[in-house]
Design a protein around this ligand. Structure first.
Ligand code: GLY
Ligand code: MN
Ligand code: MN
Length: 462
């Protein structure tokens, strides 16, 4: 948690966004795994946490956009609960710790919301993404949960996105703290990923580092010799010499800020020449993207810049034929790079995606592509100084995709299907860093993690 000043400033900025009515921020509640008291690790709603800081279940914050009054709603722990939880600060103490002067029993929230609605005032709320929040908002607003979507406040959503997408120094520091642990995770994986070692053993090493900080993962770890399966969460294989392993894993910091890093490792410690040629291609894609990033440039264009570098190099290696612009503009390149170049990152690993992926990533300033591959790009709009984004190009050989496209003759003049067939068992390569957009360009956050083929080989040998 940051100092109370940070939350006071954030709420004051939101207050200055020109909205009228009540701004309602329900926090998350505990999520049961299989019965009420056996719960998943608690994850707070990020917008509540951004404005109200507290990382506990069962709270709600309300900002009166007209009067400026701010109220925290929650329950005082009673003695029967304290028996199980130990002593807890009072609600007023918790509110004061984040600069909120007024704390009220949670049971009073419904009456406040009803009075505002009866007076014809707008109650603004963000899109709920959890069933429990939908039910609670439905109760507070006297709406069936399936009618809540129509009432989501576009004005509040835009105001929250405008604030959350520009990171403050305190947020950058948190992300770099997360990255320090992620750095240790990836170095441990580089040392552990040897022939004959089970994937789950390496995952256990990495995740143990996070748990030793009493932190959480920012998202479920991907560590797989089947790296062409983009979100492969299985760790059931044994590493063999000659494999490429995609390691996409990251810690979330104490204040809940995510990191999201991918490195690709050659099992046995050395890239083969054909692995290295494509590894260097992915690295060149990432370095070209980093060169292209600066305020005002749409991330859609940065994605295309990376795709063009890939196409030029893979054409020289015999995978594509013809004009590079045609291969990029037609979407043919997506046979090898079928996902987006990156996304915003902050408290959520895909930051604010719960508020509406198109609104957050495109914001009406850019059009999301209908093309396969480019259509998965989550961030297309112009970049701004202070945004933190991931830059994560990849090359994958996905037999099902190759076969499906060849069967329908898709881009048959541009794609050399025989060449792709030679690489059916290659797997995948992805390189991902977390990057701050600066006035001049960008800065890769965190202590550098071995990234060039030579650096990765040296780290694996060490
Ligand atoms: N780790 C998920 C992603 O890179 O988007
Ligand atoms: Mn990732
Ligand atoms: Mn990512």
């Amino acid at each position: 948690m940051f100092s109370a000043d940070i939350y006071l400033q954030r709420r004051a900025r939101l207050q200055a966004a020109g909205l009228s009515g009540l701004l309602l921020f329900p926090g998350n509640v505990d999520a049961p795994m299989n019965y009420r008291d056996n719960i998943y690790p608690f994850v707070q709603d990020s917008s509540f946490r951004y404005f109200f800081g507290l990382n506990e279940p069962g709270l709600a914050g309300v900002i009166d956009a007209d009067s400026g009054a701010v109220t925290l709603f929650g329950r005082e722990p009673d003695v029967a609960e304290v028996v199980w939880t130990g002593p807890q600060p009072s609600l007023a103490e918790r509110a004061a710790s984040v600069g909120v002067a007024v704390a009220r029993p949670y049971a009073e929230l419904a009456a406040l919301v009803r009075a505002a609605r009866d007076a014809g005032r707008t109650v603004h709320y963000l899109a709920p993404y959890r069933g429990e929040t939908q039910i609670e908002l439905g109760r507070l607003l006297a709406l069936p949960p399936d009618e809540l979507g129509a009432g989501v406040s576009a004005a509040l959503t835009r105001a929250v996105v405008a604030l959350r997408e520009i990171k403050g120094d305190e947020e950058i520091a948190e992300m770099e703290a997360a990255l320090a642990v992620t750095h240790a995770m990836h170095l441990a994986a580089m040392r552990a990923a040897r022939p004959g070692v089970a994937e789950r053993a390496v995952v256990g090493e990495m995740e143990g580092i996070v748990r030793r900080h009493d932190w959480q993962l920012a998202y479920p770890s991907i560590f797989s010799r089947r790296g062409e399966v983009l979100h492969n969460h299985h760790h059931d294989q044994v590493l063999a010499a000659g494999d490429l392993v995609v390691n996409d894993s990251g810690a979330a910091s104490a204040s809940g800020y995510a990191s999201d890093i991918t490195r690709t490792l050659p099992v046995g410690g050395r890239f083969t020449p054909r692995q290295r040629a494509l590894y260097d291609t992915v690295l060149a894609m990432q370095l070209a993207a980093l060169e292209a990033i600066r305020p005002g440039v749409p991330y859609l264009e940065v994605h295309k810049c990376a795709a063009r570098v890939m196409v030029e190099r893979m054409t020289a290696l015999g995978f594509f034929h013809g004009d590079a612009d045609t291969i990029v503009d037609s979407g043919a390149y997506a046979i090898a790079f079928p996902h987006g170049l990156g996304h915003q990152i902050g408290m959520d690993v895909h930051d604010m995606e719960g508020l509406g992926e198109d609104l957050v990533g495109y914001g009406g300033e850019a059009q999301r592509s209908a093309l396969f591959g480019l259509g998965y790009l989550r961030l297309g709009k112009p970049l701004k100084a202070g945004m933190v984004i991931t830059v994560e190009p990849g090359i994958y050989f996905i037999p099902a995709l190759i076969d499906a496209w060849r069967a329908e003759g898709r881009h048959a003049g541009l794609i050399d299907y025989a060449r792709f067939d030679d690489y059916r068992d290659f797997g995948g390569i992805r390189i991902e860093d977390d990057v701050l957009v600066t006035e001049q360009g960008c800065r890769v956050l965190g202590t550098p993690i071995p990234k060039t083929a030579d650096e990765v080989e040296a780290a694996m040998a060490g």
